[in-house]
Design a protein around this ligand. Structure first.
Ligand code: PLP
Length: 436
């Protein structure tokens, strides 16, 4: 894998002096489990995505909702902006304000605020807001009056995902209301936009159908005198459908190096940015015939060495990854260069690895998943075993209990790269100040 694999003490020692007092503490308590984020991989991935967008004349909005898909929104956002993105996308005004608190002044779109949400802080902070109904437009308008500045809005049409977005029947009414509010000087209609249902199936006919509906909705807006841009493409469409780039693309998962289309890998040279690792807490030799973990669902077939890892489902390791019958089985962990099986049930705080007769030491690094470069499992492997998607894996780790270390330039500094610990586990932007 590309992340430096330094002992915890070395990681803390190589941390750059962070800008915040919280992160400026000299030492970080040893992590039981740690997410390591490789910002060089993020920059690489964004340059691939932004390069594709630029080739068709589009700008790039890096999606950093859900705390940057678990990678750290401010650190990823700043890395993405440095690598060619010019916008950031989030789900809520609270997420947008966390970016502003982190010093990010670039355009930020917040797209899933509720009519009942307080839009005022977003409008006051110059956050662009996705609007899908006249009721929400009224809420944004009221916020603009209070803020004393026009709100920047992106009108969202439902083109076939049947999720968030204005239904086609209500669209003319929303456009008319938006044009009136723009004439009042209370909003600026920046964009007409939508979201694809099947972008990971690039040839699916629904993509063209959704694009045609977006075009029709945009024409209604331009006929009403508005001059919005258009945006539609997520990561999969950014990589595979240049004809759908319009003015702006909104890639998310590929920013983090996870393939939006494969497996098999779709060949865009993305680099996974997250590794999840821990250290062996205890090593013991156990005779044949001993039951392991709750329920004794696995019994040692012969004398063997067991390694205890201090990480479990309360940290975000799905219990179903444990051995059968409770789990699906097949979970491996990379210890000492070997992929070794997790045996028995995954518990709340711990799990057991069967090391056979291989030597293993307490304190040794155990990689649960990573880019896969050294043979460690990947987030994709976990997702496949569980019948889910890697999006759910990387956003499902329990930051706070699990610490996060952001590495700006792996390999630049000996051993640890340039790293900063994230003691807040993703709270606000504290660690990310130090990371960049
Ligand atoms: C509206 C919108 N745009 C873009 C994205 C990014 O999608 P992806 O991570 O598949 O690139 C998302 C993610 O769910 C989204 O909700």
């Amino acid at each position: 894998m590309t992340q430096p694999v330094a002992p915890r003490a070395a990681t803390a020692a190589t941390a750059q002096t962070p800008a915040t007092s919280e992160a400026a503490q000299p030492a970080v308590a040893p992590a039981r489990a740690e997410v390591v984020v490789d910002l060089a991989a993020v920059r690489h991935n964004v340059s691939v995505l932004a390069g594709k967008a630029a080739a068709s004349g589009a700008a790039t909005m890096a999606v950093v909702k859900a705390d940057g898909y678990g990678h750290g929104a401010v650190a990823v956002g700043r890395a993405a902006l440095a690598a060619g993105a010019s916008w950031l996308g989030v789900c809520t005004i609270a997420e947008a304000l966390a970016l502003r608190d982190g010093g990010i002044t670039a355009p930020v779109l917040s797209w899933l605020d509720l009519v009942s949400d307080d839009h005022l802080p977003g409008v006051a902070a110059g956050v662009d807001i996705g609007v899908a109904s006249t009721r929400q437009l009224a809420a944004v308008r009221a916020a603009a009056i209070t803020a004393g500045r026009p709100a920047r809005v992106h009108l969202k049409i439902d083109t076939g995902l049947s999720r968030n977005g204005c239904p086609a029947a209500d669209w003319p009414g929303l456009v008319t209301a938006a044009a009136k509010t723009e004439a009042e000087g209370l909003v600026q209609v920046v964009a007409v936009w939508s979201h694809l249902a099947l972008a990971d199936v690039p040839g699916h006919p629904s993509l063209d159908r959704q694009a045609a509906r977006l075009d029709a909705a945009w024409r209604v807006a331009t006929d009403a005198g508005l001059r919005p841009i258009r945006h539609l493409a997520n990561a999969a469409a950014t990589l595979t459908r240049p004809d759908l780039h319009y003015d702006l693309v909104r890639p998310g998962i590929a920013v983090y190096g996870l393939d939006p289309i494969g497996p098999p890998p779709s060949g865009f040279g993305l680099r996974p940015a997250m590794a999840f690792r821990t250290r062996v807490a205890l090593v013991k030799r156990v005779p044949a015939g001993e039951g392991v973990s709750y329920g004794h669902e696995w019994t040692t077939p012969a004398a063997t060495t067991l390694a205890l890892l201090p990480v479990g489902y309360a940290d975000g390791v799905p219990r179903r990854l444990g051995g059968p019958p409770s789990g699906v089985g097949g979970m491996r962990v990379l210890i000492g260069g070997r992929r070794l099986p997790v045996v028995g049930r995954v518990c709340m705080d711990q799990m057991v690895v069967d090391c056979g007769d291989h030597p293993v030491a307490e304190g040794e690094l155990a990689v649960l998943f990573g880019p896969g470069d050294d043979g460690e499992p990947t987030a994709h492997d976990w997702a496949n075993a569980l019948g889910t998607i890697h999006y759910e894996i990387v956003t499902g780790l329990r930051l706070g209990r699990v610490s996060r270390t952001v590495v700006r330039d792996p390999g630049k500094a000996t051993g640890g790269g340039q790293a900063a610990a994230d003691p807040g586990g993703g709270r606000s932007g504290s660690m990310t100040e130090g990371a960049r």
